[in-house]
Ligand binder design. Structure first.
Ligand SMILES: [Zn+2]
Length: 474
């Protein structure tokens, strides 16, 4: 056997001379979705909306190393480090990874059942640029917990997941996967159990009583777990007084302005008319907003799902039709045909008021995040998050503010702003490279080229292709 020089041996075995694998943590299960995995990556000539809300920075170079953002600076002076994988971002925008605060892992379609989408949704979220989600009402918490573990271990592709427990729903309100609570002690029992199982948040729902909500919040806080809510039986100000941490959906679920509101009951008033007629500058509405701000209660904007009440406004996105299974596709086409021609001025006005409420909340110093609520119809994982951006801009936020709402603010609500949510040196490299100028043309949010999570660039086309026709099935 002929002798092998040590350097030769090293080449063969990869021990010494071969560069270290760029990202040893990329497993075989994740590898098929990886597009960019240089140890050092320089994105040059990109327009940066950094998540802080400050004006977009033109022609920047962002360097990623070791899974983190190493530097951000004008391309004119910032040279890519020697050996870096250089990606020319001319004509592209770079934003932080989106943080979806109301990003369920289920979809209800034909027949209405709340079906877990544990195969398709993690891929679709990531493909659309959503790098962190809070599931905000779980129909299958154990599977969500297990997927969280698998993604954290690098054994599965997907966003970082903040798992919520099962819905905390009140008596008589049990639908789908929801357990109808039987009083405050039942709420404590449920919260204690799932907190000990490892959920990060809970979501209270539409028929919960004040006593059950109070018990749930108290028990959750004892376990270091937070509570948000999609309310109806309880008003925003009541929930704030009980110590809630976050409120979902905004104006269109705050029943405290209804004349027939009874304690612990959803009012019968026509919601559309109530909200369409509301004065956002009235003392009542101002009081709600100021109490939210005072008590540091953030709010989750879900404009994409709210828009579904006005079918004529909703674009029938071909990407959504491609993603859903055939029966659901037909249901969507039927829904649009039956409802898309009619304009309901009341629903349009209510949506406008919801947008104004969000503006007023932010102007008052409120912390607004966003989520897609990919529950149904055209609201599916990822694409509905992107639609939120277009709607936030329509609501009158600047593009920079809209990105801040969808990134940094979500990180603040989740308590992870020191790690993700903005583009700054030292932070985890969760980034989305978009073709086009997302500040000038909001629909550029749909043009995802590469999604970086922890510095690894994923391929949105491959991810999307792998789940084509599966939403509604798995
Ligand atoms: Zn929801």
């Amino acid at each position: 056997m002929r002798s092998i020089r040590p350097s030769h041996l090293a080449l063969i075995t990869g021990l010494v001379l071969m560069p270290a694998p760029a990202h040893a943590q990329v497993s075989n299960a994740v590898r098929p979705w990886v597009k960019v995995d240089g140890a050092t990556i320089a994105l040059t000539h990109v327009k940066v909306l950094d998540g802080t809300g400050r004006p977009a920075l033109p022609d920047q170079t962002v360097v990623i190393a070791g899974g983190r953002i190493q530097s951000l600076g004008p391309s004119a002076t910032a040279r890519p480090p020697r050996g870096a994988q250089v990606i020319d971002g001319t004509g592209h925008s770079l934003i932080p990874g989106l943080i979806g605060l109301h990003d369920h892992m289920y979809y209800s379609s034909v027949g209405g059942s709340m079906k877990p989408m544990l195969f398709s949704y993690p891929r679709l979220f990531l493909a659309a640029g959503v790098t962190t989600i809070r599931t905000t009402g779980s129909v299958d918490p154990y599977q969500e917990l297990n997927i969280r573990t698998a993604i954290n271990a690098g054994e599965q592709v997907g966003p970082e997941i903040f798992v919520t427990g099962p819905y905390l729903q009140g008596p008589g309100g049990g639908i789908g996967a929801m357990h109808p609570l039987d009083g405050p002690e039942d709420a404590r029992r449920m919260v204690k159990y799932w907190s000990e199982e490892g959920v990060n948040w809970f979501k209270a729902y539409t028929t919960i009583s004040r006593a059950e909500l109070a018990a749930a919040i108290d028990e959750a806080h004892q376990h270091g777990v937070k509570v948000t809510a999609h309310l109806c039986s309880v008003g925003f100000r009541e929930a704030i007084a009980l110590g809630i941490d976050n409120l979902e959906h905004g104006l269109l679920v705050n029943t405290e302005y209804a004349a027939d509101k009874q304690p612990d009951k959803c009012p019968n008033t026509s919601r559309g008319e109530l909200y369409a007629g509301i004065d956002i500058n009235s003392p009542d509405v101002k009081r709600t907003i100021s109490e939210m701000v005072q008590h540091n209660v953030g709010m989750t904007s879900t404009l994409a799902v709210m828009e579904l009440s006005s079918a004529d406004r909703v674009p029938l996105d071909p990407r959504v039709l491609d993603a859903v299974f055939p029966d659901a596709r037909q249901a969507l086409v039927n829904w649009k045909t039956q409802n898309g021609e009619k304009t309901d001025p009341v629903q349009h006005a209510a949506l406008k008021k919801a947008m104004q409420f969000e503006r007023a909340f932010v102007n008052a110093g409120g912390l607004l995040g966003a989520g897609s609520d990919p529950c149904c119809l055209t609201a599916i994982a990822g694409y509905a998050d992107q639609r939120n951006y277009e709607l936030l801009v329509e609501a009158g936020f600047t593009p920079e503010q809209a990105i801040q709402i969808m990134t940094a603010n979500g990180a603040r609500i989740l308590g992870i702003a020191d790690r993700v949510g903005t583009i700054a040196p030292g932070l985890q490299a969760d980034l989305v490279l978009l073709r086009g100028d997302v500040a000038a043309e909001p629909s550029s949010i749909r043009n995802v080229v590469t999604v970086f999570r922890k510095g690894i660039g994923f391929d949105p086309v491959k991810l999307t292709e792998s789940v084509r026709g599966l939403v509604g099935i798995r």
